[in-house]
Design a protein around this ligand. Structure first.
Ligand SMILES: C[S@@+](CC[C@H](N)C(=O)[O-])C[C@H]1O[C@@H](n2cnc3c(N)ncnc32)[C@H](O)[C@@H]1O
Length: 340
């Protein structure tokens, strides 16, 4: 029996479980932090399961940590010693590897140490095991989750864990004068989907106000046509590389092949959003990329996603569908326009 600690955005754990059940067949689940963190147990081997998940990444699974060791939490110094012993006892795993340490704990866990202290103990043990503690781009992540009763310890690459951030909770620094929190969604999409925004020239931003996405596209060097009946932030109005059409997306049109990137973060029901995106799609060059958020307004997100991706598949290849950490009641799609 192999065990994993899985994390989803708050409230979406049941959908991640549904996807995992469909993908893995035999699997059982136990909620650890309601709506958010759950344990997966399965018959198949850990590497086999991690490979299956990477091949068909579930939309709502943000992070997965294998449980290679589990130790009861005593609530004293012995807990850190147990963690260090495990690292020292498996030197083959860590020797020569740049290794990051991620420590998470369930609220109220008797594991008594602040993350920084536990990390310092793990780093010391990693050095003894011949590893080099590292934060950025590690070869391996040593991941620890403290529940009410157990210290769950496991390792894997960032790809296997689906993120190089603890629990997949990626943080970006808020900048002075940042126009909207929504900017983080496009930043995260850029990173998660490996987009090269700076390789594009002209973007169409549908539902652009107040302009966080537009401002990121400007930073990446693009010209942006922003569509929104609501007001753009004053810093963007009159910007030499911004054309703002203060209109509903259903009322605008452009010559064929005008844009090589479409982004859409419109607060609208998914079927209407897809209709508007399809209507504007001939204004894209063939092979253009698109990043689109899908609002999950109804109780049946899987059905909503199926419907909207079927609609968009008329003109786009669906490359990825993912609930990003910065998505609230929505997911993000990454699409490629097939051409007229
Ligand atoms: C979540 S906000 C977008 C935030 C934006 N991405 C940012 O970074 O600041 C959604 C926007 O969609 C716009 N919107 C809703 N329906 C629209 C439509 N039919 N056409 C154009 N914009 C629309 C709203 O006016 C609102 O400003």
């Amino acid at each position: 029996m192999t065990r994993f600690i899985c994390t989803a955005n708050h409230g979406f754990a049941p959908y991640a479980m549904e996807e995992l059940r469909r993908l893995l067949g035999q699997a059982s689940f136990r909620m650890v932090v309601p709506g958010e963190v759950f344990e997966l147990s399965a018959e198949n081997g850990r590497d086999e399961i991690l490979a299956q998940i990477r091949q068909a990444e579930p939309i709502f699974l943000r992070h997965i940590q294998p449980v290679d060791f589990a130790r009861p939490i005593a609530g004293g110094p012995g807990d850190l010693a147990a963690l260090a012993d495990i690292v020292r006892g498996t030197p083959d795993r860590f020797a020569g590897k740049r290794t990051a340490v991620h420590i998470r704990r369930k609220e109220g866990s008797p594991f008594a140490y602040p993350a920084a202290e536990a990390k310092a103990a793990a780093d010391a043990a990693l050095r003894e095991a011949g590893a080099e503690p590292a934060q950025q781009s590690p070869d391996l992540i040593l991941s620890v989750f403290a529940t009410d009763s157990e210290l769950l310890i496991g390792w894997g690459t960032a790809d296997e864990m689906l993120s190089d951030w603890p629990g997949g909770a990626i943080r970006f620094r808020r900048e002075d004068g940042q126009i909207s929190r929504a900017k983080f969604k496009l930043l995260e999409a850029e990173r998660t989907f490996g987009l090269r925004l700076d390789a594009h020239e002209r973007a169409l931003d549908i539902g652009a106000a107040p302009g966080g996405w537009t401002s990121l596209l400007l930073e990446r060097g693009l010209d942006v046509t922003a569509i929104d009946p609501a007001d753009l932030h004053p810093s963007l109005v009159g910007h030499p590389r911004v054309t703002w059409l203060k209109r509903n997306a259903g009322e605008v049109s452009f010559p064929p092949g005008t844009f090589d990137l479409l982004v859409c973060d419109m607060s609208w029901d998914p079927a209407t959003m897809a209709k508007l995106v399809l209507r504007l799609s001939p204004s894209l060059k063939s092979g253009a990329e698109a990043v689109v958020t899908v609002k999950l307004l109804h109780r049946k997100p899987m059905q909503t996603i199926r419907n909207v991706t079927e609609q968009l598949a008329q003109a786009f290849d669906i490359r990825r569908a993912k609930q990003l950490f910065h998505n609230r009641d929505e997911i993000t799609l990454y699409l490629i326009y097939r051409g007229a």
